[in-house]
Design a protein around this ligand. Sequence first.
Ligand code: PRP
Length: 210
Amino acid sequence: METQVGQERSVGAASQTSLHRLAGPMEAHKDDIEQVLISEEEIQRKIAQMGEQISSDYAGRDLLVVGVLKGAFVFMADLSRHVRLPMEFDFMAVSSYGAATQTSGVVRILKDLDHEILGRHVLLVEDIVDSGLTLSYLLKNLRTRRPASLEVCALMQKTGVQQVPLDIKYRLFEIPSVFVVGYGLDYGERFRNLPFVGTLRPEVYRDAVS
Ligand code: PRP
């Protein structure tokens, strides 16, 4: 199910198309992107497969999908439309990065769930697992609320950089340890609405600090 994303995959035809599709006011972002790491087509194909898998695994169960804001909102919206089951949604908002590109290791809950999860089958949806500290904190926190089950669906996991052991049942892509934006992920709150995942040109960071 999972796809390993390496440097050699990032220059494919689909990746080129992803960039060329940025038009109108979004065209300004073309110059900000260094590489398309995961194209729109790859993301959508994997999400459709994952939706099928989750639909089959949770059939007959009372599913509650919990999105981790802000980054997961794009992925969660697309994924949920491929899950052919009645389900409910809730959100948590946490912040671990602030405006920086490196994790601080400090997790803050900015918004808690609206509802109890006691006895519910909870699927936690994340955009990216980097150090793993955010997810580790969230899982510990949610387990104390005694859900019937608690699993994770992550769009991406960075290879070999997790500081804590994690059990991620559903993971779509494994990526190298580089800072990425797009498809929900931001730099300085921008780029979340890109339909693909990519890296930024170094000038974008330099311009931001100068
Ligand atoms: C990002 C991302 C994850 C977390 C992963 O959130 O959405 O929640 O960092 O990093 P970790 O594995 O090193 O803990 P961020 O704090 O940037 O907030 P955002 O989703 O609102 O952009």
